[in-house]
Design a protein around this ligand. Structure first.
Ligand code: NAD
Length: 362
């Protein structure tokens, strides 16, 4: 029997619509093969929503997302909206979506594909075999803590304030996702904090240590964030699963991403306790190459694969896409961000066409 899914598409800004078009074509092809029917609804977010509906996350968009089985997002942001106040910037749309769907866990895999080892800026022996999952807390910490704002002091001088805060319950729920993720991977979990300076991190470390007793099959370690940043570029193979708060996770997951050579290859999943998850590339809207048919669509395509695996429980269809991506790379096709000598340079659209042909042939 045909399995039907309601998918909300949020193409957003910059290269978003170009890469989303490729992912939708891929889903259609895979859908035919695996007897899946996707009912796509497109909605506005980010700069496109500011222009089209006067706010970065219209209520209608959040409603559509809530009613769907999964949300596939491309990217938001661009120079045009950079001078708007922070609550009206495209990024506010993204933060609002995460909060509105209560997506507290962000899973970001950073795996070196053998075909792309030479795209990494690090030496082959340092990165060969790297396979890291960063589990980042997404709806708490300093991006949401209160008080926040720019306030006038008694002398009239302005003072900017943000607050890093976590409750035990917030730490525990992300901790559980991380321990369970580590159980399915190499059984090693590294919790990253700044417990030598921050009280909020001391509580984080205490809770992670307590939780470890419930997961005897997972080996827990702790690192301060400055050391973790250093270790990630010095000896990344020591890591299996990393769990950390919102701010540290934002930075470390980008550093882990760059080990792989291209941010254009990396998907992510943001999950809540129930309800639809949001699946999106790690990269932004790349305004410098938007509209030029230069974007790498593979992170978006691999995000669709993560959606099939984690959101729709269709691991076979997910694997099919991942296999197709590997075969395309194996055949020597590359977009500009991952090009190396003797490879075939393709634009975004052409990369999509080659991938579709490959998927139809597997
Ligand atoms: P970015 O990820 O958009 O771009 C960084 C660099 O990587 C650029 O040189 C870009 O051309 C390149 N790049 C990114 N994705 C690529 C792809 N698929 N193929 C080829 N090259 C790619 O980050 P940035 O420049 O810091 O930010 C640009 C805008 O994106 C900003 O407005 C920022 O706020 C926004 N942003 C959005 C998200 C998101 O939607 N989740 C994440 C990060 C940044």
């Amino acid at each position: 029997m045909t399995q039907k899914y309601r998918i909300t598409l949020l193409p957003g800004d910059g290269i978003g619509p170009e890469i989303m078009a490729v992912a939708v074509d891929v889903l259609q092809v895979v859908g035919k093969k695996f007897d899946l029917q996707f009912d796509f609804t497109e909605a506005l977010i980010g700069g496109a929503a500011i222009d089209g509906a006067g706010e970065p996350l219209p209520g209608a968009t959040l409603d559509t997302c809530r009613q769907s089985d999964a949300v596939l997002l491309a990217a938001i942001g661009g120079y045009k909206w950079d001078s708007l106040p922070s609550n009206m910037r495209p990024e506010a749309g993204l933060l609002g979506l995460r909060a509105g769907l209560d997506l507290f866990a962000n899973l970001r895999p950073a795996q070196i594909l053998p075909q792309l080892i030479d795209s990494s800026t690090l030496k082959r022996e340092v990165v060969e075999g790297v396979d890291i999952m960063v589990v980042r807390e997404l709806t708490g910490g300093i991006y949401f803590g209160k008080p926040k704002g720019i306030f006038a002091t008694e002398t009239g001088e302005k003072r900017g304030v943000n607050t890093m805060a976590y409750t035990e319950a917030e730490i525990d729920r992300i901790g559980r996702v991380a321990f369970e993720t580590a159980q399915k991977r190499g059984g090693k979990l590294c919790s990253v904090d700044k417990a030598n300076v921050l009280e909020v991190s001391q509580l984080w470390r205490d809770r992670m240590t307590q939780l470890a007793a419930e997961y005897p099959d997972v080996e827990l370690s702790h690192l301060y964030v400055d050391n973790a940043a250093m270790q990630l570029v010095r000896a990344p193979k020591q890591f299996d699963t990393i769990v950390t708060g919102n701010l540290f996770g934002d930075i470390l997951s980008d550093a882990a991403a760059m080990l792989t050579g291209s941010i254009g290859m990396l998907p992510s999943a943001s999950l809540g306790a129930s309800g639809p998850g949001v699946y999106e590339p790690v990269h932004g809207s790349a305004p410098d190459i938007a509209g030029q048919d230069k974007a790498n669509p593979l992170a978006q395509v691999l995000s669709a694969a993560m959606m099939l695996r984690y959101g729709l429980n269709q691991p076979g269809a997910a694997e099919h896409i991942e296999k197709g991506v590997l075969q395309v790379l194996e055949q020597g096709y590359r977009t500009g961000d991952i090009i190396s000598a003797d490879m075939n340079l393709l634009g975004c659209k052409a990369m999509g066409e080659v991938l579709i042909q490959t998927l139809e042939g597997i």
